[in-house]
Design a protein around this ligand. Sequence first.
Ligand code: CFM
Ligand code: HCA
Length: 534
Amino acid sequence: NEKVLDEILSQYPTKVKKNRKKHIIIKDPNQARQEIEANTRTIPGIITNRGCAYAGCKGVVLGPLKDVVHITHGPIGCGYYSWLTRRNKAASSDPTKNFISYCFSTDMQESDIVFGGEKKLARMIDEVMEIFKPNAITISATCPVGLIGDDLGAVAKAAEQKHGITVMHFNCEGYKGVSQSAGHHIANNTLMERVIGAGELEAAPGRYPINILGEYNIGGDSWEIERILREIGYTVLSVMTGDGSYEELKNAHVAELNLVQCHRSINYIAEMLETKYGTPWLKVNFIGIQSTIDSLRNMAIYFGDPELTRRTEEVIAKELAEVEPVMEQYKKICQGKTAFCFVGGSRGHHYQGLFAELGMETVLAGYEFAHRDDYEGRDVLPQIKLDADNKNIPELHVEPDQRRFKLKVPRERMEELKKKIPLSYYAGMMVDMKGGHVVVDDLNHYETEQFIKLLKPDIFASGIKDKYVVQKMGIPAKQLHSYDYSGPYAGFKGAVKFAEDITMSFISPTWNFITPPWKNQPILEGEIVEGGCS
Ligand code: CFM
Ligand code: HCA
């Protein structure tokens, strides 16, 4: 409760306490809205799990585009850090056009920092063209590039003229935002301006044409999602950007519907595509069996075709018959256990339903870098204050495309549909949480330890940066970024894989060899006395 929370926060200096208090909510179902502070700077000195704008731009949004060579302009560490660690899988029918397994970096040295790195970058592009001949190149800036003022735009322009391909540059220096989130925005703006719509297609090459936005094929998730969608009869034009390609993305404008899986990283594109091409977007969640079913049914409602609805139900029934009995087995072991679920900007919410399907309650959840709308729902958008990121990200102004804008759904039907399905809408994480459950934004290592001691979860789902600290406390930790080299976890088959992995972490005998610290030490030290603490 609030008193215990206050005790935890009282270890902080007064100013820090005041700040952190706004980022932590205990869900109270009696309040219509509980406001949380999000997308603000981490306090210097606090150990956060967040990444940087470069990670969000190159690592998250651009990196998965497989037929593009992604150059990291900077010292080698940034390129190395983002080299395959995210597990965004990609397969290609043309292996000479799949560069996913490479790491391209200009490997800046001290002399490049002193005398400038533009020439080295230009030479590198020449070399890339000689060896790999990609259809497009991206250049992502790291912190020192912005500090020394290398003109990436000029290098990119000259390279385009010299080689006749698309060379896009991204001023996503790590410090351009308070987290990865600014990087998503920087990447998406340029993809919107230069890639989507650059293709020649005027009509879709199949029935029910859709794009899947905000799905990055981690551990093969999007392959499982696409398997289900194709079986129903959808034409998946492009995935942004999991196992995605520059060539596919160019024609994303002909879709009839855009699905949004990760709202945080891609909602700008979804909105801009609606304005520019008249394509509505639907919030989906393919993590968890029930969420997958709901998403498929909502898609069928959108298209409003009885044949599609029939086929949707047929596929759901077939898949359910396969996975339900297996899930029941795993549920016997997981039932009644509790989880913490703290992940980047969407999974903190998306995995709660899947845990519930195993009979588990998520008692603490949060995001590293999501914004208030991801917690509270899009209704709060008009109230969100301009933040530190805004001045660093040029705002794109998009207008209806004169030639290609086509209203996919008449306005009246759109209004009717909005009452039934989440079209252009995301309700956020907090509505799905129960009273007494804790929501934490930008959770740090001190708070991680305190909340573990207090709530003693049976499993902690988060990332690599706290995994081992958590395990040393005797708590199983599950990476929900990289899936601990497992997956896929999406869709029907993915739910079973997840259930198997979670069950495995509970029945491992390893935990018998660890004594959690609180079994040897009291949970809170010191005593409360009248008129103050000692
Ligand atoms: Fe979206 Fe992602 Fe996520 Fe994200 Fe990420 Fe990721 Fe993530 Mo790691 S785009 S917000 S910036 S779902 S890399 S695939 S797992 S923090 S919750
Ligand atoms: C990133 C990528 C990351 C990190 C994962 C983690 C990912 O933020 O740069 O901290 O475990 O999913 O790979 O989010």
